[in-house]
Write a protein of this length. Structure first.
Lengths: 601, 285
């Protein structure tokens, strides 16, 4: 079954991976070198600026995962800087407890920051974008007010002295190297996360939460560790900030600072590490070149934000993305290689049948589905056809947990599927595609497909953060499987291309590849042929037939009657939510009512 | 004592409710929440103080100019920060663009007007104590706006058109309604209401650039709790917020009053993300 070409594939993927990895690490190495040698050519004042840039980046690197990757609009992250600064300073000064070593104080601040990062972040799981932005804004004002009021601990408006780190970090350059070291570690850690299944899952939540859920990504389980990490590094940055300032008062922590952090990420570009790093350096250094403009700096940042949002949403990262500027070859054809499917999908797991029993769903007074019975068997293609509004997609959405039925049940091997609980569908190996393809436009095709295998990774968030062996094994496994899936649907040549550069038909096949990553027992396809050419529809049909032959049960919602009759084992016809007919393609084709209502004379 | 808590609570609650209505009017026209709502309130106070105290214009002229300033910012919001990103609502770019515009206006005010809170002129010299104008002006403004909006929406053709757009944008456009013109008009109206809130509450809040983020937050609380686009809900929730805040102010002190407001806000939202009076929207797949 396996062709020689197929065996070559994974190693080619690895070569591709390591070559691009060296290329993408180069700017970081240059920055590392500049940072290490900086004391040789920087004067005293520039040392201060460079230290400040490092401190800011420690915070921004963590916030970047929240804002740039997960797409959560957290404006008030300065609250965590404030919290870390005060915790470190107060503990090191001995205002409450006996004096602690500044390192211990910094570590405790990190823990406090992690807890508060989670508390500030939690509303993001329930609230809409603007609501979350407002709550972080509220939090930022509250923390400053508490710092002002709690005089016995924080010193109120008078303030408190920042911690002083002992030798060798007490001198200016010593402290610079301390901050620079932490900044470098943060860059490395967030870079690891960005290149892990967690980083990809975050971008999936940002750009298409629905697709993320269908791939089994649970938002709370994913965002929890991210908020903990982001809060911890923000608080560490606060401790460093307090030491750098040597004395802190509540008015050191203005909302302007928060805006700077936030805008640094957007200027840098969402979903990038290098972009926000450059953005942070830029925004820290910029006011120094234009001393008269210092008072106007926040005004200018705001103007910059508006310009970025309206004219250049991709930020610096998009400007630096040279390899995606090359034109793609035109007239490229999608040539699936169904023979690879057996290897990709493995031995068919005997999942039992997926059945709908007397299913009824209504919206308000409208019966969208009325008393529908349907059985999808492993290894068969089940067609679902009917005019617009007949309840086809609604049926699919009930199976994948978006709508709740009022009556009846969806059973997998006799066990009722829980209502809602969308991300659990993936664990049951039920995969789906969407009527309009839902992909992460700024990620590569390969990364998009890898998102489909997120739940098969074994490493934890911490293991990815530190690039431990299990994380690296996961990555190799996901990359190889995704290349295989791409080869199976005929898109492996586009693996490295940004998904938003693809043609419509290529997006559809990419979605199928992503769904195949789950090694689905059941695959739900929502109008996969819409917008495809006749030739592509033929290839799609052959692919679907082979997917079923590998043991997967397929539910095919379609308008193209020819495709349905060509490849389905069984067809159900819906009209106004009711089952009009069910049977083999031959029976349906001669069913008088169906011909009258739907197929036409 | 109780009387003064209730009075100041209702008065400040009216200001929050008016900012909430400002959010709502913009939201109804465009499905967009704008960070400039609080900025409009701040601007009403600053412009009032600028025109009347500093430039010595007659009160009526200063009042109208302040409202005109609010309307202008409303229109600018629509043109600069809302219209360009309406096509991609699902990307939530409006959060960023309106935030940017709000910051631009706020920082400009901070630099040109100064970062100190300046007094707002006393408009009438009628009574002090319980019947002081600083209490009844916001109440009057709130009443006028509610009644005015009710009359506008129920009894005029333009008002019907506003409602049609709020209900179903596409259907309204298909009917041939000038959707863009109505949206600009809505934003101008929202600007007037926001500036009116800041002007009427000027004596309480003073002419201070820092009112912008404060009002942006406290003005959104009534919207979130009262339900999006629901003006009556906003008024009820605004008054409750004002009373709660003033009572907490008196009982536990100013700082912890804001902590209390914030905590209650978060807890209520987590329990009912659609607000106390709102209905959950179904998700689109």
């Amino acid at each position: 079954m396996e062709t020689p070409a197929a065996q070559v594939l994974p190693s080619r993927a690895n070569a591709l991976g390591s070559a691009s990895m060296i290329g993408s690490a180069l700017p970081f190495l240059v920055l590392l070198l500049i940072g290490l040698l900086f004391p040789l050519f920087g004067g005293g004042y520039w040392g201060l600026i460079a230290t400040r840039a490092c401190v800011y980046w420690v915070l921004v690197s963590g916030l970047n995962l929240v804002v740039g990757f997960a797409g959560q609009i957290a404006i008030g992250w300065v609250a965590l800087l404030t919290l870390g600064a005060y915790t470190t300073s107060v503990l090191a000064a001995g205002n409450v407890l006996p004096e602690l070593s500044p390192y211990l104080a910094l570590a405790i601040a990190a823990v406090v920051g992690a807890v508060f990062g989670l508390i500030i972040g939690l509303p993001a799981l329930r609230l809409r974008t603007f609501y979350f932005a407002i709550t972080t804004l509220g939090f930022a004002t509250i923390v400053t007010q508490v710092a002002l009021a709690w005089q016995s601990v924080t010193g109120g408006g008078v303030g408190v002295a920042g911690p002083i780190f002992p030798e060798p970090f007490s001198s200016q350059w010593g402290f610079y190297y301390f901050c620079f070291g932490l900044a470098a570690i943060c860059t490395w850690m967030t870079g690891n996360v960005a290149a892990s299944r967690f980083g990809r899952a975050l971008t999936a939540i940002r750009d298409s939460e629905v697709a993320a859920e269908a791939s089994g990504i649970s938002k709370p389980a994913l965002l929890g560790p991210v908020f903990l990490f982001s809060g911890a590094v923000a608080a560490v940055a606060g401790g460093l900030f307090a030491s750098l300032q040597s004395y802190i008062t509540p008015d050191a922590f203005t909302l302007d600072l928060s805006i700077l952090f936030f805008i640094a990420i957007l200027i840098g570009g969402r979903g990038s590490i290098l972009g926000p790093l450059l953005g942070t350096i830029l925004l820290t250094v910029l006011p120094e070149f234009a001393a008269p403009l210092v008072a106007w700096s926040t005004f200018l940042y705001a103007v910059l934000l508006l310009v970025i949002v309206l004219a250049m949403p991709g930020g610096i990262a998009e400007i630096l993305d040279f390899k995606n500027r090359k034109p793609l070859e035109s007239g490229r054809a999608i040539v699936p290689r169904p023979e690879l499917l057996a290897r990709l999908l493995g031995a068919p797991a005997n999942a039992g049948a997926l059945t709908l029993e007397q299913l009824a769903v209504s919206f308000g007074g409208v019966r969208a589905i009325d008393n529908l019975d349907l059985e999808i068997r492993p290894g068969q293609v089940h067609g679902l056809i009917g005019p617009n509004g007949s309840g086809k997609t609604t049926t699919l959405n009930v199976i994948s947990g978006y709508y709740a039925q009022q009556h009846g049940a969806v059973r997998l091997n006799g066990v009722a599927l829980p209502v809602f609980a969308r991300h659990r569908r993936a664990q049951m190996r039920i995969a789906r595609t969407f009527q309009t393809p839902r992909l992460v436009g700024s990620a590569s095709v390969l990364q998009n497909v890898m998102i489909g295998g997120t739940i098969d990774g074994e490493g934890t968030f911490v293991e990815s953060l530190l690039s431990l062996p299990r994380h690296r094994r996961d990555e190799i496994m996901l990359r190889d499987t995704a290349m295989l899936a791409l080869a199976a649907v005929g898109l492996e040549r586009l693996a490295a291309v940004r998904a938003d550069r693809l043609q419509h038909s290529e997006l559809r096949f990419t979605e199928i590849a992503r769904a195949l990553m789950l090694r689905p027992a059941y695959l739900l396809l929502d109008e996969p042929a819409a917008g495809l050419s006749a030739e592509e529809i033929g290839r799609l049909g052959a692919l679907v037939v082979e997917i079923a032959r590998a043991g997967t049960g397929v539910l095919l919602v379609e308008h193209h009657a020819d495709l349905i009759f060509d490849i389905c084992h069984h067809v159900t016809v819906l009209n106004l939510g009711r089952m009009l007919a069910a049977g083999t393609p031959a029976e349906i084709r001669s069913h008088r009512e169906v011909v009258n209502a739907y197929l036409g004379g | 004592m109780v009387a003064s808590i209730v009075l100041s609570g209702v008065a400040i609650g009216c200001i929050y409710a008016l900012i909430g209505i400002t959010y709502n009017v913009m939201f109804s026209a465009s499905r967009v929440f704008s960070f400039t709502a609080g900025t409009l309130g701040m601007l009403g106070g600053v412009l009032g103080s600028l025109f009347i105290s500093r430039m010595g214009l007659p009160i009526a002229v200063g009042f109208l100019l302040a409202l005109a300033g609010g309307a202008a910012l409303g229109v600018v919001t629509e043109i600069v920060a809302v219209r360009p990103v309406l096509k991609s609502l699902d990307q939530h770019l409006y959060v960023l663009s309106t935030l940017a515009l709000a910051l631009i206006v706020q920082q400009f005010t901070a630099i040109e007007w100064g970062t100190d809170a300046r007094p707002f002129p006393r408009l009438f010299d009628l009574a002090h104590g319980v019947f002081d104008q600083q209490f009844w002006l916001p109440m009057l403004a709130c009443l006028v706006v509610i009644v005015g909006l009710e009359l506008l929406y129920r009894h005029t053709l333009v008002g019907h058109a506003f409602l049609a757009i709020a209900e179903d944008n596409f259907a309204a456009r298909a009917l041939g309604l000038p959707e863009r013109g109505l949206r600009i008009a809505s934003y101008a109206l929202a600007g007037v209401i926001g500036a009116l809130a800041g002007f009427a509450g000027g004596e309480m809040l003073l002419a201070f650039f820092g009112n912008a983020p404060m009002l942006t937050f406290y003005g959104f609380v009534p919207v979130a709790l009262g339900g999006m686009g629901n003006n009556r809900g906003a008024v009820v929730a605004g008054l409750l917020l004002g009373l709660f805040q003033q009572a907490a102010n008196f009982l536990v002190g100013g700082i912890f009053a804001s902590v209390a407001v914030f905590t209650v806000f978060i807890l209520v939202l987590l329990a009912r993300p659609e607000g106390l009076a709102g209905a959950a929207l179904p998700r689109r797949v």
